[in-house]
Design a protein around this ligand. Sequence first.
Ligand code: GTP
Ligand code: MG
Length: 206
Amino acid sequence: MQIKSAAFVISNTDVIKCPHHNQPEYAFIGRSNVGKSSLINSLLQHKGLAKTSSTPGKTQLINHFLINDFWYLVDLPGYGYARVSKTKKKQFQSVITHYFEKRKQLYCSFILIDIRHKPQPIDINFMKWVGQKQIPFAIVFTKADKLKPNLLDQHVKDYEKALLEDVWESLPPIFVTSATKKTGCDLLLKHLSDLNQEFKKLNSSA
Ligand code: GTP
Ligand code: MG
């Protein structure tokens, strides 16, 4: 998919105030500092559109971006980083929970995982929670440039094994990306394009 236009629309603390639209919306979620905002910028080929920082807790609001005048990408605050204060963590948690529980336009979520780490309960539990809410999700590994190729494959395989040994009968779509090297961006955009097509089909026959 070609990015013809990408624009910041609005930031909100409350899901109720988010834009009213009938288009597909996709949310990027994951631990603070996992690289959500960086990957959004790489996908949209727009440095600085989403605010990034090496200090966890940079994204504090629900940020909507409109792409190609049709679909929306949402950059959310991160969950569960040890160096983020307890108050902030609670505040982010409530923003995230309300967004996922109430946002009808959310068509698919993308759960970002730092590829360097072993499966963490906080991410697995989040996947389970989203699964219970019947919100489709894909897994996006980030920071692939930080691992050697053979280790990359091993980490993905270990993760898949852990998911299958847990409650999952099948695996969600999985992408391996690097925002710095732009690895995996084409495949991720292709997936988003497929989801948009699916959305259009479903809504034209409704
Ligand atoms: P919060 O908004 O704080 O939750 O963080 P975030 O998940 O949006 O992460 P952000 O995009 O701000 O990136 C966090 C840090 O990781 C920054 O220092 C980025 O430069 C770095 N980073 C993000 N993606 C990559 C990547 O693909 N490779 C490398 N090497 N660094 C990355
Ligand atoms: Mg961010």
